[in-house]
Design a protein around this ligand. Structure first.
Ligand SMILES: [Zn+2]
Length: 388
């Protein structure tokens, strides 16, 4: 692989500690890694040269929450919702019917199309989940197909109770039949803990078994109502509690307590497009950050409640409507996502990190919120290879 020097960078966001953005900077990508970071004038020579023309350079987005393994369409449900019908967890079942009926090739084509769509907008690392088949054969198939295209895969057999099934019996199947069979394809296990999905006892049971089987854990928590999801996430040592729209002071205290845990914090992963699309109150991002809780931003890309691959949209919304600074939002969408996936090799531009870099057609990251909805991606490198 040939080394690339990118120089004449107008603003370089490294996400290294409290280091402010660098100006008139350069970076070198070599053997898939960041090999050098510094002032443009001092940049070493390399096989190839890219003049950034004063543009802003930052780490590629790390999207730590998506659901790309599905078939079908929920446009009419979305229309009904924007006309005033409230969201309930059961809408997932229409996607389950379509996903079960789809061929491997159809499912794989959707994963590839959405993964590519995300990559072209700067998402260089993407997690995705199973959870739209809810039977043994379908969940194993989803995990297998996801593992071919996503950077990290999560088993979400406990999305809702399989249609027509008794909840206890279904949870037993998730634990004793599905988990062992998806084990080779996934790094994470997740549960949707909510009224209409899984209660606290079932969520605890599934996550405890997953953890003991060596999987990392995460949980869809406190999305539609105040519940025990966040507390359970902290209890089991989950890497992330996702959604977090309805938090008590005790929930925030629990996350603060977990922030300095030696095996890694429990990150609050916020999904602003889902909040807007379901007309839920935004997650209390400002309160979480002010309390010292690590925060990630993710798309939650799924056909029901958040059909976007745009991390730029998430950043703009976090700034314009959730009270984050641009710097905080960009950090949450890169290093924050990496923390939510317990990774140290992505989300930062530092020597040794994976060479996952995006260049905006703008002089600074402020433009992500200043010019919302405008496609600003100018170039994307993933593992040192230019992919856009
Ligand atoms: Zn989700």
């Amino acid at each position: 692989m040939t080394a690339v020097v990118i120089d004449n960078i107008g603003e370089l966001t490294t996400n290294v500690d409290d280091e402010p953005a660098l100006h008139d900077a350069a970076i070198v990508l070599d053997e898939g890694r960041i090999a050098w970071v510094g002032e443009s004038a001092g940049a070493p020579a390399a096989d190839r040269h890219l003049d950034a023309g004063g543009r802003a350079v930052l780490p590629g987005w790390v999207d730590s929450h998506s659901h790309l393994v599905f078939a079908g369409d929920r446009t009419s449900e979305f229309e009904a919702r924007v006309a005033g019908q409230p969201y309930a967890a059961g809408g997932i079942l229409s996607t389950v019917r379509a996903t079960r009926a789809a061929s491997d090739a159809q499912l794989e084509a959707t994963i590839v199309r959405l993964r590519q769509e995300a990559l072209e907008q700067g998402t260089t690392f993407m997690e995705t989940k199973t959870g739209y088949s809810l039977n043994v054969e379908g969940e194993v198939r989803s995990a297998r197909l996801a593992a071919r295209h996503a950077d990290d895969v999560t088993f979400l057999g406990a999305h809702v109770v399989g249609p027509g099934r008794d909840a206890d019996e279904y949870v037993d199947e998730v634990i004793h039949v599905m988990l062992p069979q998806v084990r080779g394809y996934v790094r994470w296990a997740d549960v949707f803990c909510e009224q209409g999905a899984f209660g606290p006892d079932h969520a605890r049971a599934i996550l405890a078994v997953a953890r003991d089987a060596g999987l990392g854990t995460r949980i869809h928590a406190n999305q539609l109502s105040q519940g025990e999801g966040v507390q359970i996430g902290v209890e089991v040592g989950a890497a992330s509690v996702d959604h977090c729209n309805h938090l008590s002071d005790a929930d925030i205290d629990a996350l603060v307590g977990a922030a300095s845990r030696p095996d890694g914090p429990t990150v609050a992963t916020l999904v602003p497009c889902c909040d807007v699309s379901t007309r839920q109150p935004f997650a209390p991002a400002r309160r979480l950050l002010d309390a010292g809780v690590p925060v990630a931003l993710a798309t939650d890309c799924n056909p029901g409640t958040s059909f976007t691959t745009s991390m730029g949209y998430c950043v703009a919304t976090a700034v314009l409507q959730m009270g984050l600074s641009v710097r905080e939002a960009v950090f949450a969408a890169t290093a924050g996502g990496a923390a939510a996936l317990r990774r140290t090799d992505v989300g930062r531009i530092v020597v040794g990190a994976r060479a996952d870099v995006q260049i905006l057609d703008a002089p600074s990251t402020v433009h992500l919120a200043y010019r919302p909805g405008v496609p600003l991606t100018w170039a994307v490198f993933r593992g040192g290879v230019r992919v856009r």
